[in-house]
Every structure is written in structure tokens, then in C-alpha cells.
Design a protein around this ligand. Structure first.
Ligand SMILES: [Zn+2]
Length: 489
């Protein structure tokens, strides 16, 4: 008799410094599927649910698809959205009485009246299924792990890459551990070892040190009895009391002591090597000067690292665009400024017409709007499907989108906040990114997976915004102290 496994996704990375609440509209604007649509829309994609479904096919499970929801990172998730999404999972449990529950969570969700959003979800699911049904979750590398999450889950499995190119593989790892547990081959325990570290986003790249060797060591520690060891960098922009770096193992109880020692040693190594997280960034002025002088055949890529909607920023900063225009940079393309009112103005003007407007800067997070006059080159629905290595096959959207030519810089302006990490962000708008002299992306790290193969240089530009690597600019009230780099540890 085949087992019944319930599948659900409730994902949000919450930047508690953002004033933009995340409600059902924000989930619907990004990715929201119910019931059989969960399978139809995510099967075959490089997503955690895609990974669950691959293993489900092999194991011949009866899959109960409930909900798959993932909003662009932003401010605190409303209680209404959290309960609406959770209710879909709890109803599925009630109706199907599953043998196991597989959830795709982020691990850095902060919700109204339940700051540990992921721990809250896991506890509610645990209460619904009872103590004997295994509950396992895939998590983002940027998860802030709480004791509550570990208490109510039988397995927590993090991505091993940033850019996150192994999301589907992580889903598979979680589902294989579920299959082993259901067969009686694994009696899993979750082990959490913390480190007093809060690295800003760019410093958690897994191709650079110290993450590269920490992840190599964690992979070496994995095997049949220890199906996963994850290095969670944490999410520095969620000001919660469980924020920060941790190493988490999923181990059979028979070897849990050894696995705990391994996790502890990795967490200690991260603390010892904390100075290696630090790095230098390019100033806005230096980036503009270099862009003006760039004469390589392959484009110069400027990453607007602090105004990344993928970390909860408003995506409406124009500081870098202003500097590029002042420096006379041409043959450039920028993705994407979030400004629905500017899109409206472009739609009213029409394709081929000139439009003058105050662009961006509406959130107040990152400077003033920029007065521009541009020609409307294209208007579209902003929909595209990722073709690059990250979240391959996933449908995403900038919402209604206008392409404005502003003095030789093609500026995409969108109506939904969406990180442009895949080259399809440009191609879907008729722009061939390989042929531009300068590319500007509202992204901190993820763009590297799709763009690095063809660009001539990358600069991490120190713009203002809610993903700034300068953590001293944020007022923290809740993160555990002392924590590096806010304090000496
Ligand atoms: Zn992440």
C-alpha cells in the first residue's frame, strides 16, 4: 500500500525594517497555487516542491498537494495571510490523514503576533498530525533557525548554495529522508548548533570563503545515517531573537552525538574565521566612472546590492541610475525599478512616445525620486519563465512593465517587486543582455548564476537600501547580542 504524503509550501523571507506589509496580494503577485495546480505548476521546476514531487514519483506516494505560496521578500507577513495559507495545509491534513508531511519553508518568515513564523507553522502542523507522523521541511540558506522549529520538525534541510541553484536538490534530500523514515530505515533527530554571527547577504556567497569550505566540510559529514548537514547563514535583516548563523544536522538517533559534535565544530570554525566574511564594495561614484570608461567586449555588470527586492528592499532606488546618467553612460540596461505609477504614466503615453515623470524613490528607503524624460519602447505583462540555473522553469513576473529609453539607458519599470536574477528578465523584454555595454541589476548575489557566464566584470555597488551590507545603519532591538559584526565576539 502506498503512503500518503502531504506537500505544501509557505515561504517568505521577512525584512523587518521594511514598512511594506506582506499580505495575500503579495503572495498572489508572486507565486500562489492551490490543490492540483501545485503539481501542474511546479512539477519539473528547480524548486523544493519540484524536488518533493520527483521523489514522490519514484516512491509511488499518494501526494496530497495543498498550497504553494512564495511572495517576494518584504515586510512582516500579516496574520491573515499566514492563517489563510496555513489553513490550506491543516485542511489537507484533516482530509487525508497523511503518513508524512513535507513543507517548503524559508526559515526567515516574521509574521504578525508570531515573529517566529516558521516555528509557528511547524508547531501548528505538529499539533494537527500528532507526535508520530514525520514532518520535514526544506529551508533557505538564509533561515534563522529557532528551537521551536527544531522541536516540531523531524528534519530541516537547507540549500547548500548561494546563488540558490540547488533548491530542487534540497527538496529531493528532504523527501528521501522522509522515504527512509517511512520505511523505518531512519529515526531522525534535528540537531542545532549556533554561532554568534550575522553576516550580511553578499558575504554568504558559497563560492567564496569561508562559506565554500564550511559547505565542503558539511557535505563530507553527510551519509546514510546523517542524511543532511546544513550551514545556515541566517538573515541579517530579520530583527528577531533567533536571528543568526547556525549549523543544523538531521541524523539517526543512534549517531546523533557524533553528528552534534560535527555541527558544533563547524559552527566554531565559522566563528574562528569570521574576519573572512568581510569584504570591500564599490562606491556608486566609482561604479559610474568605470561604467563610462568600459570598453570590454563583454558587459560590465553593476549589482545594486542593497536595493534587492529578493532581500525585502523596495526596489525603487534610483541612486545608481542617477550616477550613470550623470556620467553619460549609454548602451546600458537596468532591471528593474518598481514603480507602478510610472508604468501607468508610460501606458498613458503609449509606445514610441516621450514621457516625463518622477521615477522611483517612493518608499523613502533609499533616496529621492529622479526626474526623467524617456521614450516608451515597450509595454508588456512582465511575465517570464526562468531559463538559468536558479529556480529553473519557475514562472515569475514584474507585473505590468514599461521599458523606457532614458538617454541611452534602457530602464525596465515594473508593477510587482521581483528580483531580476535570470537573464530572461531582459530577454523577455526584447533586450539581449550579452550585447549591452553595461547591465544594472537589483540583486545581491543570485544574478551570478545566470549572468556570470557571459559578463566581462561584476561590481558589487554599495547603494543605499534595506539589504545594505553596512549593518551599523540598522537599529536592532531583538537579535541576540553580542553578535558579529555588530559586536566583537
Ligand atoms: Zn536565500
Amino acid at each position: 500500500m502506498s503512503e500518503t504524503v502531504l506537500v505544501g509550501q509557505i515561504e517568505h523571507e521577512t525584512n523587518t525594517f521594511s514598512a511594506l506589509p506582506t499580505g495575500m496580494t503579495e503572495f498572489a503577485d508572486a507565486s500562489l497555487h492551490y490543490g492540483d495546480d501545485v503539481i501542474d505548476d511546479l512539477q519539473g521546476t528547480n524548486t523544493a516542491v519540484g524536488g518533493f514531487l520527483r521523489v514522490a514519483d519514484e516512491a509511488d506516494w499518494d501526494v496530497v498537494p495543498t498550497v504553494a505560496a512564495d511572495a517576494t521578500p518584504g515586510g512582516t507577513v500579516t496574520a491573515d495571510a499566514r492563517e489563510t495559507l496555513l489553513e490550506a495545509v491543516l485542511e489537507g491534513i484533516e482530509d487525508s490523514d497523511p503518513d508524512g508531511v513535507l513543507l517548503a519553508l524559508h526559515g526567515a518568515m516574521v509574521s504578525e503576533a508570531a515573529p517566529d513564523g516558521d516555528g509557528y507553522i511547524l508547531e501548528r502542523v505538529r499539533r494537527a498530525v500528532g507526535p508520530d507522523v514525520p514532518v520535514m521541511a526544506s529551508l533557505d540558506l538564509h533561515a534563522n533557525i529557532s528551537e521551536r522549529m527544531a522541536t516540531h520538525a523531524d528534519g530541516l534541510f537547507g540549500y547548500d548554495t548561494y546563488p540558490h541553484v540547488d533548491i530542487g536538490d534540497t527538496g529531493e534530500t528532504a523527501a528521501r529522508a522522509m522515504a527512509a523514515t517511512l520505511r523505518g530505515d531512519l529515526d531522525p533527530e534535528v540537531i542545532v548548533e549556533r554561532a554568534p554571527l550575522l553576516p550580511p547577504l553578499p558575504e554568504l556567497r558559497t563560492e567564496t570563503e569561508p562559506m565554500a569550505s564550511l559547505l565542503a566540510s558539511s557535505a563530507d559529514a553527510e551519509g546514510e545515517e546523517v542524511p543532511d548537514v546544513s550551514v545556515f547563514g541566517g538573515f541579517a535583516y530579520a530583527d528577531v531573537d533567533h536571528a543568526g548563523f547556525s549549523v543544523v544536522g538531521v541524523a539517526d538517533r543512534s549517531v546523533a552525538d557524533d553528528a552534534r559534535a560535527t555541527c558544533r565544530a563547524l559552527a566554531d570554525e565559522a566563528v574562528d574565521r569570521r574576519g573572512e566574511f568581510d569584504r570591500d564594495y564599490t562606491s556608486v561614484d566609482d561604479a559610474a566612472a568605470e561604467a563610462a570608461a568600459w570598453d570590454d567586449d563583454a558587459p560590465l555588470l553593476l549589482a545594486d546590492i542593497s536595493d534587492n527586492p529578493g532581500g525585502g528592499s523596495a526596489q525603487d532606488g534610483v541612486v545608481l541610475l542617477r550616477a550613470l546618467l550623470d556620467a553619460g553612460v549609454e548602451d546600458a540596461a537596468l532591471a528593474t525599478i518598481y514603480d507602478p505609477e510610472a508604468v501607468e504614466a508610460a501606458v498613458d503615453a503609449g509606445i514610441g512616445e516621450e514621457v516625463s515623470l518622477a521615477l522611483g524613490g517612493r518608499s523613502g528607503e533609499n533616496g529621492d525620486p529622479l526626474d526623467v524624460t524617456g521614450r516608451v519602447r515597450l509595454l508588456s505583462d512582465g511575465d517570464y519563465r526562468n531559463q538559468g540555473p536558479m529556480s529553473t522553469g519557475l514562472a515569475v513576473s514584474f507585473g505590468r512593465t514599461a521599458l523606457l529609453d532614458v538617454d541611452g539607458i534602457d530602464v525596465l519599470v515594473g508593477s510587482h517587486r521581483q528580483q531580476p536574477y535570470d537573464p530572461e528578465a531582459f530577454r523577455s523584454q526584447g533586450i539581449t543582455p550579452e550585447r549591452r555595454r553595461v547591465l544594472v541589476l537589483k540583486s545581491t548575489v543570485h544574478y551570478r548564476a545566470g549572468f556570470e557566464p557571459f559578463v566581462g566584470g561584476v561590481r558589487e555597488v554599495a547603494t543605499p537600501g534595506l539589504c545594505s551590507p553596512d549593518l551599523s545603519a540598522f537599529d536592532y532591538d531583538h537579535v541576540p547580542r553580542p553578535i558579529y559584526p555588530l559586536d566583537e565576539v
